[in-house]
Design a protein around this ligand. Structure first.
Ligand code: APR
Length: 312
């Protein structure tokens, strides 16, 4: 038997969080890679020492050398730059494209059979790039966005209605950005449609708060963006794959005609199991949501078009 091996590239806030949670759970060994190998090493040692307290026997190592990642089952890409004040979206796109391209090339050299989960933003475009560069089949390359956006939607519903997360059934699809699509028409609380509990204005308010969820945290943190929820979102995706849970989780996937979309990565509800992306699930959208969905597709298409013209 071979122990599971998870590599996390980018030992920053999100990468460190993912590495920490997986190590605590104990089912996989973890490799943390960063261009700054000392940071990766330092965080790995800190986590390893933490495991002495929590009694997990997972092994975690860190560095900058990709030979450490040899034979990984799952690789998570969080490496990249955050958007700095004054930086244009396109500048961020160019900077992160270069990072994701190099990281993907290095990863697949040592782990030709790995699943790749991309977190680096803009995630739909970065997942597309990792898919193209890897040459992998589409079931193996996924972007994390929808699980996080769905968590934010559930948070604002919980704030409003004071019910357990367990009683809320909701999903956010679409591109991971301002044009996300919270599917309120099929959202239920204890089995009751939310549209019968809240009025139009209240629902609109929850949608807007969900869309601004990431920005709200950025403005409070001042020096970075969210990482606890993004980190756990990645772990949820990994566990659905490695334990073959077949959960329906919104993920950015390469579309081949589904929902009328072709040739881009886009956030859709998918079954994640031992074969990665196993199935794309249809959800019924209201007329209004269909309009939002169209805008979201257009926005992701534009970003990918811009990226395809970049000198990377
Ligand atoms: N190879 C490896 N690591 C790299 C590279 C590279 N070429 N370029 C940058 N890094 C590392 C940085 O050294 C840093 O440690 O990526 C890490 C990024 O960490 P943070 O700046 O803390 O960013 P984080 O908050 O973790 O977010 C990472 O995920 O949610 C998205 O928008 C977010 O794109 C961002 C990414």
């Amino acid at each position: 038997m071979k122990k599971l091996k998870v590599t996390v590239v980018g030992a920053g806030n999100v990468g460190g969080t993912v590495a920490n949670i997986i190590s605590q759970r104990g089912y996989a060994d973890v490799v943390l890679i960063d261009i700054d190998g000392d940071i990766a090493k330092g965080k790995a040692i800190d986590i390893q020492q933490q495991l002495a307290i929590s009694n997990s026997d997972a092994r975690i190592i860190g560095g900058s050398d990709y030979s450490l990642t040899e034979g990984s089952d799952i690789s998570v890409i969080t490496a990249g730059f955050p958007r700095k004040p004054g930086m244009k979206r396109e500048e961020l796109l160019e900077a992160n494209s270069k990072v994701v391209k190099t990281v993907t090339e290095n990863l697949i050299k040592h782990s030709p059979n790995t699943y790749i989960i991309v977190v680096t933003n803009p995630v739909d475009a970065m997942s597309y790039l990792a898919f193209k560069v890897s040459g992998f089949s589409r079931n193996k390359v996924l972007g994390m966005g929808g699980v996080l956006d769905t968590a934010r939607l559930k948070y604002y519903i919980k704030q409003k209605l004071n019910v357990s997360y367990n009683s809320i059934n909701a999903i956010v699809i679409g591109g991971h950005g301002d044009e996300m699509v919270p599917v309120m028409s099929s959202t239920t609380v204890s089995g009751k449609p939310i549209t019968s509990i809240l009025n139009k204005e209240e629902i609109e308010e929850i949608i807007n708060k969900t869309k601004n969820g990431g920005a709200e945290i950025v403005s409070l943190l001042k020096t970075g963006s969210a990482y606890y929820a993004p980190g756990m979102a990645v772990v949820r995706m990994i566990e659905s794959i490695v334990f073959d849970r077949k959960e329906v989780l919104p993920s950015s996937v390469f579309c081949q005609g589904e929902y009328g979309i072709d040739g881009i990565f886009f956030g859709l509800p998918v079954v994640l199991g031992i074969n990665g992306l196993e199935k794309i699930v249809e959800v019924i959208l209201s007329e209004e949501e269909k309009e939002m969905f169209k805008r979201s597709v257009q926005s992701v298409k534009n970003t990918i078009e811009v990226m395809n013209k970049l000198p990377i």
